[in-house]
Design a protein around this ligand. Structure first.
Ligand code: 4AD
Ligand code: MG
Length: 430
């Protein structure tokens, strides 16, 4: 019976065949232990010399790392392995013998592993991180579909910028100039006026010269946008969504979290509601913590965000930033024109800003004023202005950075390990 490692529990006591790769092996004169993987999981195969024909034992014993094979044997429960099963091998059939696989069980440097990313993805930890990424994506669709959102796909090639012009990737669009999308938000606002509650999930691009553990050049964003939703309600949606993601990963990725050595007690505390502090309070808190130089009106860097996060064991919303350091579309606080109805959600444990969101300006005149202040004179923005002309309503939305969320939930240090093929300041290979 042909099956996969993930389904072995359904075949205890039966003889099965799986297509697999050899990760590693140990052998003595009488027994060989094969560490196998098939993409769905990891399992040990045991080949006992006295139980199999001599050529089967010799083949098993001489197989090289990453050789592909069909392995046949009986599935038995094994309480010693964290996976819980083992295969008592009766036959192995080599499909393709690998020679000199570059990633050996010894330690390798990160640059070497990144150069071999196409192979590194096979390793157990990288596999666990990608499974957690996959679960976050699955739980995202689940959350928004269960809550009445329609998925809308904004364009990747655009004629306008959403988040400032300094980080745009320029490209030719026949005779015109085009950019790769920095954010689908502006289009999602149009979609919210047509479908009420919408969300997008897609790649975004930032030509940022940042070389930090939190920055990618190409990253994936989830961008919900809600008509008739104001700032406070948007924060409630955000905390409920994040709580759902954390609960789903804790429930469905137990083995992956264990492989990564993630402290799940810290994640278990992440349930709605989350604390909220204003930007003003955050400045005070930073001064108390010894950041004497920070002045009202300055943006926060990674050390500031980490220091603020340390005061909480859940993600924390920092709200009401100065209008001057935020995007042109954010709605000013009606009680205080110098700050906007926005929030950044800062993850615990130093993972930084995972969500940026705000209530949007819905007043035509104010938006026209912002256009002038920000020099958005191009006709490329006319359509966005028209959303304020034809049945404008209060609306809010936010963007969740997938890779930073994966890094936080997996407990990996750097976002480069949270996307299959990272695009970094000096990396376009593989
Ligand atoms: O804060 P940002 O720039 O917000 C927007 O783009 C809004 N238009 C979203 C919206 O309201 N629809 O980006 C949102 C999130 C950040 O909080 C962060 O998690 C992630 O995207 N992000 C990055 N992740 C990896 N590498 C980068 N260079 C990132 N820049 C932003
Ligand atoms: Mg931001």
């Amino acid at each position: 019976m042909k099956t996969t490692i993930a389904k072995l529990s359904e075949h205890v006591g039966e003889e099965v065949t799986i297509g697999a790769w050899l990760r590693n092996k140990r052998s003595s004169g009488k027994i060989a232990f094969l560490q196998l993987r098939d993409g769905t999981g990891f399992v040990q195969g045991v080949v006992v010399k006295s139980d199999v024909p001599e050529e089967v034992f010799q083949t098993a014993k001489n197989m090289t790392q990453e050789t592909s094979l069909y392995v046949t044997g009986k599935v038995v429960e094994d309480s010693r392995s964290s996976f819980g099963y083992e295969i008592q091998v009766s036959n192995v059939e080599v499909i393709h013998a690998a020679t000199d696989y570059p990633i050996t069980p010894k330690e390798h440097g990160t640059e070497f592993l990144m150069d071999n990313r196409h192979l590194w993805l096979r390793s157990q930890k990288q596999h666990a991180v990608m499974k957690i990424r996959n679960e976050i994506i699955r739980a995202t669709y689940e959350y928004f579909h269960e809550n009445g959102y329609t998925k809308i796909d904004p364009p990747i090639l655009t004629g306008s910028s959403a988040e400032g012009t300094t980080e745009l990737f320029h490209t030719k669009y026949f005779e015109e100039e085009a950019y790769l999308s920095q954010s689908g938000q502006l289009y999602m606002e149009a979609a919210a006026m047509a479908f009420n509650k919408v969300f997008s999930f897609g790649p975004t691009f930032r030509a940022e010269k940042s070389k930090t553990r939190r920055h990618l050049i190409e990253f994936w964003m989830i961008e919900p946008e809600m008509a008739f939703v104001e700032h406070a309600e948007s924060l409630e949606i955000q905390e409920n969504y994040i709580s759902h993601l954390v609960a789903s990963v804790l429930k469905n990725c137990k083995l992956d979290l264990e492989i990564l050595g993630r402290d799940t007690a810290k994640l278990a505390k992440v349930t709605a509601p989350f604390p909220r502090i204003t930007y003003d309070k955050a400045i005070e808190l930073l001064k108390e913590k010894g950041f004497d130089d920070i002045e009202w009106g300055e943006d926060f860097g990674a050390p500031h965000e980490t220091a603020i996060a340390e005061s909480f064991d859940k993600p924390v919303f920092i709200t009401h930033y100065p209008a001057a350091i935020k995007a042109f579309y954010m709605k000013p606080d009606p009680n205080r024109e110098d700050v906007v109805l926005c929030a950044d959600l800062i993850a615990p444990e130093g993972y930084g800003e995972i969500i940026g969101g705000s209530q949007r300006i819905d007043d035509l005149e104010l938006m026209e004023k912002r256009y002038e202040e920000h020099n958005l004179t191009s006709d490329a923005y006319n359509w966005y202005l028209e959303l304020r002309k034809y049945g404008s309503v209060p609306h809010s939305g936010f963007g969740l950075g997938l890779e930073r969320t994966v890094a936080w939930l997996s407990g990996v240090e750097h976002v480069r390990e949270t996307i299959p093929f990272p695009r970094l300041l000096n990396r376009l290979y593989p």
